[in-house]
Design a protein around this ligand. Structure first.
Ligand code: ASP
Length: 348
């Protein structure tokens, strides 16, 4: 059992030993909790100056707090998920919204999805270029359209109809991501020259160019869970490539009967292995805990086939699990009984 799973029962026991009215009220309160991620990947401690690490941790704490305060005031898990993801989308640190990676054509194409565990309603957008907060548009697709997924120009036409402002694609530009595109292009060219094959060269490209995303899962006081994910996808992507993040069942899934999941990792694997839905199916049909189900899929299913990444998972009891098979995953949690936890590296 990981520290995230035990924290709930340990804190409950501690609270029950206290005799103050406040503690009793807290103990009888319905659980509410949130977990967020800012992407999994080759995140090495030596690449961070102390200042940079502090800034990342502060942004993760800010995002989890934004979602938590919605829940604390009695707000819906969907609103908490959106609020937390907006903070991460608006930060240049993460591969979503501002800070999204570059495509081969030096633009940004973003994907996002959201799902409501109460009724399995879902919304998603793929390949949007002019939407400042793609998660908000995914939510509008869920709430204001009869569809689940809209893509490209059509999604943006729908956004305009809904009164969402279209922004210039350059607002997502960041110097660091541009340098990363140039490095990825140089590596791909070298590999293509050697291997004489685009597909093989792409396979050879290091994981760091294929991962990075943001997401959130939350449980509200009404007992409903929700999940959302937003991404710029893969550096140097071509041909309108879409990853798992907007695919319900792969990158995002939520149903109150099992769990809510947001994924980050090499999208092609997460689509083929239907990762988010598979985790929830194991909980629902095999009676597994979210921790068991998450570990099985991330370590026993994905790892052997080379699928790198991680997930954040929550259930209606407020249990949280954060398995990943990469060097690190930006992550944070907070619940009504456990204080803010922020992690980046494996041993955090
Ligand atoms: N899953 C995303 C994609 O493949 C990237 C990531 O989460 O790291 O587009």
């Amino acid at each position: 059992m990981s520290k995230y799973n035990i924290s709930l029962s340990v804190s409950l026991a501690a609270i029950m030993m206290m005799s103050s009215t406040a503690a009793l009220a807290q103990a009888t309160e319905r659980p509410f909790a949130i977990a967020i991620h800012g992407g999994a990947g080759t995140i090495k401690k030596e690449k961070f100056t102390p200042e940079r690490e502090k800034a990342y941790r502060a942004k993760l704490a800010e995002a989890v707090e934004a979602g938590y305060s919605v829940l604390d005031k009695g707000g819906a898990s969907l609103d908490a998920v959106t609020a937390a993801i907006n903070v991460l989308e608006n930060s240049p640190f993460f591969n979503a919204g501002k800070g999204a990676v570059y495509t081969h054509n030096e633009t940004h194409e973003m994907d996002a999805s959201i799902m409501d565990g109460k009724n399995r309603q879902a919304g998603a957008v793929a390949g949007v270029k002019h939407i400042e907060n793609p998660i908000n548009l995914a939510r509008l697709v869920m709430e204001e359209s009869v569809h689940v997924m809209l893509s490209g120009d059509g999604a943006e036409e729908f956004a305009s109809q809904q009164g969402v402002a279209l922004v210039d694609n350059t607002i997502f530009d960041t110097e660091g991501r541009y340098k990363s595109l140039l490095r990825a292009k140089a590596k791909m060219k070298k590999a293509e020259d050697e291997l004489k094959d685009y597909q093989a060269a792409h396979q050879a490209l290091a994981t760091e160019y294929k991962v990075g995303t943001v997401g959130a899962v939350a449980l509200d006081k009404m007992g409903n869970i929700a999940a959302g994910t937003s991404t710029g996808g893969m550096t140097n992507k071509r041909f309108g490539r879409i990853g798992d993040s907007p695919v319900i069942g792969a990158g995002t899934f939520a149903e109150n009967e099992s769990c809510a999941v947001s994924a980050t990792g090499h999208g092609e694997y997460f689509i083929r292995y239907n990762v988010a839905a598979d985790i929830c199916a194991r909980v629902k049909y095999q009676g597994k805990s979210i921790e068991q189900a998450g570990n099985e899929v991330i370590h026993d299913v994905l790892m052997p086939v080379g699928g790198t990444g991680g997930v954040i998972i929550i259930d209606t009891k407020g249990n949280i699990s954060l398995p990943f098979n990469t060097k690190g995953m930006y992550r944070a949690t907070k619940s009504n009984i456990s204080p803010t936890y922020v992690g980046i590296f494996k041993d955090d």
